[in-house]
Design a protein around this ligand. Structure first.
Ligand SMILES: [Zn+2]
Length: 226
């Protein structure tokens, strides 16, 4: 890599690697190695890592450095609660826009997803299906929707990497195009409903491991409790 990369370029590289699960939760992000890889100073790498940690995608531990975040099982509920609240609002807002160019942009994105699906390109599909949600947020023109969705989508990717078997890294087929169709029809309540159902499907694919109780109660298990 010889061309000079900006901080944004470096951020984009790391963000994409995390959202495509090429960098897995818990991976150490060594400043020194990243500086060598990107031919950048450690100060700049530190700036990028700081931004990623503010977005909760990276966690830093004193004296140990930065790591790709390992969200906890209880984060699944919290991440999806916020996503449902924001994304139903986004879907409703877009339905009221009546903008042909916005729908064209969304359809263009759906075509990229379809191509990745056809080519069996799982990494690209995982990234593109996440980006679809960010694109919806951006299309509202509200920067705060977009910024928050970017962060939530990355966290979702980390949760999927950690708590699912990897077979369902992308959003279910067709659900995105149904949402775009409802937006195009200007049917806000349907777009909202489809979005909620879609997020429920994605969430149901992320299952935390069953936690075993510290102590087994044999009396209760064998029905001998009095
Ligand atoms: Zn989706």
């Amino acid at each position: 890599m010889n061309t000079k990369l900006t901080n944004q370029d470096i951020y984009d590289h790391i963000y994409a690697a995390i959202s495509e699960c090429r960098l897995l939760p818990g991976t150490k992000l060594s400043e020194e190695k990243l500086a060598q890889t990107f031919h950048a100073s450690r100060t700049r790498i530190r700036e990028v890592l700081l931004r990623l940690s503010q977005e909760l995608i990276v966690e830093t531990h004193p004296n140990r450095g930065a790591f790709v975040s390992s969200p906890k099982a209880e984060d699944i509920k919290q991440v999806f609660a916020v996503r449902r609240a924001l994304e139903r609002a986004i879907a409703a807002e877009l339905s009221g826009l009546d903008s042909k160019s916005s729908v064209d942009t969304l359809r263009g994105h759906l075509r990229k997803e379809a191509t990745a699906r056809q080519d069996n390109d799982h990494s690209a599909l995982a990234r593109l299906t996440g980006e679809f949600h960010v694109l919806l947020a951006e299309t509202t023109g509200n920067r705060l929707y977009a910024e928050n969705l970017r962060r939530l989508v990355a966290l979702t990717g980390l949760l999927i990497a950690q708590y699912s078997d990897g077979s369902n890294r992308a959003c279910p087929e067709d659900e995105h195009s149904d949402i775009v169709h409802a937006i195009e029809q200007g049917d806000a309540s349907r777009a909202e409903q489809l979005m909620l159902e879609h997020l429920n499907h994605v969430q149901s694919g992320i299952q935390p491991p069953v936690e075993l109780p510290a102590e087994v109660d044999f009396r209760q298990i064998f029905g001998l409790a009095d």
